[in-house]
Design a protein around this ligand. Structure first.
Ligand code: GPU
Length: 820
């Protein structure tokens, strides 16, 4: 139990907050009001630790990490915070005494979904680990009014519903008006002379006031509370009629509107660059505010700006925050009047960049006209960075214009943000071993050759506190009973579970827990989808964003293929299997949305068909998000990780499944490679082309999906069902686009860009191997337990320790609480 926690005080605090916030007694309260009152009471406990942590940071004058990210996919805070202050048992008891159930109260909290998928969730896991390990860190981001949309399925189609997560307020956040800063857009740059030196001033700009809201990030049982700082935008001048008189009316209205729109909504694109002006505004808005504040904070208790990098490090979560490089330069040059070389040295010793994809459509390339119009002073600085960087390239490769062209920051009318990030950072890392190798040898080869020392790998990780301790309490308790609780803060200890994989009784206990978790998920599915699923069937799960490269289409095509086989032979020897999908598609991604419709259309036909004896069920879980993810991972038998090799930088869902004892059915892509290495190839089902083969086909051609269509009648039959109305009798042409994508050369792309038909047979074979393996329950239990036992590497605690050792160089801080 946490030092600062006392049951009676806590109960009083709940009652007090109920009265103070809602003017109600607990008996009169709705569950939602009870959630709020409990959250405020928990915040009361956290606040003392929060204050103590920051006192300690100041006292020790620590080096601080700023994790700069457009996305933080935090998920619900209440349950996690209660676990991390180690008071779950006590809070549960207090609530029971008051007549409430903790789980039901937790369910009242909206999921803060200020992120799309893996990249945003990684940021959230990192914050959890940083606090738990005691490292001084801020997450810096945007307080979007609307987060990731809520997904409704209507008539099989995805419908996007706005996510008004702040509707009832957020009890954990604190508005910090005292740290508000101004962020400027547009106008032009004027040169004035001052003390014989040029000074650049931005004039005729519009600006907004950036106001930070702080959320506590609670470490596990160590009194450390870090901060997620998300910025809201407000109008700089409250609207006044004077401005009308002064003729500034138009500008005042514009500034008001700018503030309103800038933080309005999270762009729902994952792994995709859309080039929207408002998105660039969002990027500069939160970066300028965060960097200004970091510099100000540093100067509050340091004299010498030249040593800024000794106390501060900025980690850029993909290229989205890359304007931090020219923004820090701007502050050093214009506000602190440093020379270019000294400013550049500080900047490049402060910034580090993480790459999260090699998909070319995700690369950010801003048109120069847009970029320079919106950020005129920043653009000037980028031009100078580019000029000097090109000089460096020429120095290194005299006369080699190809190198200059391939590496330039400004090229072909565009600002290439990845190149700016690499030039401006002292470290460039990929997120899994294979991904980093591909960066070094293919995508960023030229950069690697010129500056090999910058490149390093940091294989992703996940927090076991949320995805096992909170999400799977049955398994968590059982593990702790067997081997003690060290795994909670030191996941590699979980290897002590391995010997139990040999023990029949332990296997039985483990499988019973899996079964109970499947019952829990079945109940969720019944309640939310109205579908009955059999918890004794194999739960075969693919949950992640919908994207062609992740190949949900291959999965559902294979379900169609199995269904055909069953229709031909209803007595086919096949274990009952429930195929579970969960995925949001970007609102403008047509083919992804059509794939969701296809999955639901297949579900509609298959789930109703009594002739197949319930051997196949297909379930599409609506609104996949962090809170239901916790329930889904706990219940999975098979983890579908089937991206085209080379395309998934790492994946992190794969790790969450493993930790919960699902077996991986996957390609040798991303972190799957390392998962299989840890778990043993014999405890996974691997299939498909290697990344080398994929890359060779992409370079040299030689793949024709039509050959497969012509020679494989079963595949042909499945594909024909996309265009003969088998799953869409009311509109036989409905899935024509999907059919075309697999067989007809698209405008610029090869047909079947993601090698679905090429890998199909190998996938089908891997799936039938899982069916065979599941028949041997003892074997399956052992393999599943070994997956859990071997998951130690994939804790984000390990990832963070590697970032600290190789990149951030932070010191661990201990926080002692004074006796209450
Ligand atoms: N990722 Br770029 C996203 O979730 N969104 C993005 O915009 C970009 C990358 C993911 C990768 O696809 C996934 O493989 C990786 O595990 C994750 O970032 C975290 O590194």
């Amino acid at each position: 139990m946490s030092m600062g926690f006392d049951k009676e005080t806590f109960k009083k605090s709940v009652l007090f907050n109920m009265k103070n916030v809602f003017r109600k007694t607990v008996e009169e309260a709705t569950p939602e009001q009870m959630y709020q009152a409990v959250a405020y009471a928990v915040k009361d406990v956290i606040i003392d630790e929060w204050i103590a942590t920051h006192k300690e940071y100041e006292k020790q004058d620590v080096k601080t990490l700023y994790y700069l990210s457009m996305e933080f996919l935090m998920g619900r805070a209440l349950g996690n915070n209660i676990i991390n202050i180690m008071s779950q048992k006590e809070v549960k008891e207090v609530l029971e005494e008051l007549g409430f159930d903790l789980n039901a109260i937790e369910d009242q909290e909206p999921d803060p979904a200020l992120g799309n998928g893996g990249l945003g969730r990684l940021a959230a896991c990192f914050l959890d680990s940083l606090a738990t390990l005691g490292y001084p860190a801020y997450g810096c981001g945007i307080r979007y009014r609307y987060g990731m949309f809520k997904q409704k399925i209507e008539n099989g189609y995805q419908v996007e519903v706005p996510d008004n997560w702040l509707m009832n307020g957020c009890p954990f956040e604190i508005r910090r008006a005292e740290y508000a800063t101004e962020v400027k857009f547009g106008g032009h740059v004027n040169t004035v002379w001052e003390d014989g030196k040029e000074r650049f001033v931005q004039e005729g700009y519009q600006s907004v006031r950036a106001v930070p809201y702080d959320m506590p990030i609670v470490g596990y049982g160590n009194n450390v509370v870090n901060t997620l700082r998300i910025w809201d935008a407000e109008a700089i001048n409250t609207f006044s009629l004077d401005s009308f008189d002064r003729g500034d009316y138009q500008k005042a209205v514009e500034q008001e509107n700018l503030a309103k729109t800038i933080v309005e909504v999270l762009y729902p694109n994952d792994n995709h660059y859309a080039g929207k002006e408002l998105r660039l505004k969002q990027q500069y808005f939160f970066i300028s505010a965060s960097v200004q504040r970091a510099v100000m904070k540093y100067m509050e208790n340091h004299e010498d700006i030249h040593r800024f990098h000794e106390k501060n490090v900025f980690q850029l979560n993909d290229t989205h925050p890359t304007v931090a490089v020219p923004e820090l330069m701007r502050i050093l040059l214009d506000d602190y009047r440093l020379g270019w070389d000294e400013a550049w040295e500080i900047t490049t010793k402060t910034c580090a960049y993480t790459n999260h994809t090699i998909m070319s459509e995700a690369l950010e390339k801003w048109p120069i006209d847009l970029f320079s119009r919106l950020l005129p002073r920043i653009y000037q600085i980028v031009e100078e960075i580019n000029r000097r960087f090109q000089e460096k390239i020429e120095e290194r490769y005299p006369g080699n214009q190809d190198k200059v062209r391939s590496m330039a920051i400004l090229y072909d009318g565009q600002v290439r943000m990845a190149h700016l990030a690499i030039a401006g950072s002292f470290s460039v890392n990929g997120v899994a071993r294979l991904h980093t190798e591909i960066l070094k040898n293919q995508e960023l080869k030229d950069f690697y050759e010129m500056m090999p020392g910058k490149f390093n790998n940091k294989t992703n990780g996940i927090t076991q506190r949320r995805f096992l301790l909170h999400g799977n309490p049955l398994l968590a308790e059982w593990i702790t009973k067997k081997i003690g609780g060290d795994w909670i803060v030191d996941l590699p200890h979980i290897r002590r579970l391995a010997p139990y994989a040999e023990d029949p009784k332990s296997r039985q206990e483990f499988m019973d827990i899996k079964y109970r978790n499947k019952v829990r998920l079945a109940a969720y599915i019944k309640e939310h989808n109205g579908i009955d699923v059999d918890p004794r069937s194999i739960f075969d799960v693919q949950v992640k964003r919908l994207h062609e490269y992740k190949r949900q289409l291959m999965n559902i095509l294979h379900v169609m293929y199995l269904y055909n086989q069953l229709k031909d032979n209803p007595y086919m020897d096949m274990l009952p299997r429930t195929f579970i999908f969960g995925a949001k598609a970007a609102a403008g991604y047509k083919r992804a949305k059509l794939t969701i419709k296809l999955i639901n259309a297949v579900a509609e036909v298959v789930n109703r068909d009594r002739s197949i004896g319930g051997k196949i069920k297909v379930v599409f879980i609506e609104d996949y998000k962090v809170s239901n993810a916790e329930i889904i991972f706990a219940a999975a038998d098979v983890s579908e990780q089937i991206s085209t090799a080379s395309k998934e930088a790492s994946g992190t869902g794969n790790m969450k499944f493993m930790l919960n004892g699902a077996l991986t059915l996957g390609t040798m892509d991303g972190a799957n490679v390392e998962i299989v290495e840890e778990a043993g190839a014999e405890n996974a089902f691997i299939f498909g082309m290697s990344s080398d083969e994929v890359i060779r086909y992409e370079k040299e051609g030689g793949y024709d999906p039509m050959e497969i269509f012509n020679s494989d009648s079963e595949i042909r039959r499945v594909l024909m069902q996309l265009i003969n109305g088998y799953y869409s009798p009311e509109d036989p042409e409905l899935f024509r686009d999907i059919y075309n994508s697999l067989l007809n050369t698209q405008s610029s792309d090869r047909a079947d860009t993601y090698f679905i038909l090429k890998d199909f047979r190998s996938y089908a074979d891997a799936r039938s191997r899982t069916d065979q393996a599941y028949r041997d329950e003892a074997w399956w239990a052992k393999a599943a337990m070994l997956n859990v036992a071997c998951s130690g590497k994939f804790t984000s605690d390990r990832t963070i320790e590697e970032y600290v050792r190789d990149i951030w160089h932070l010191e661990k801080v201990k926080v002692e609480l004074e006796e209450p």
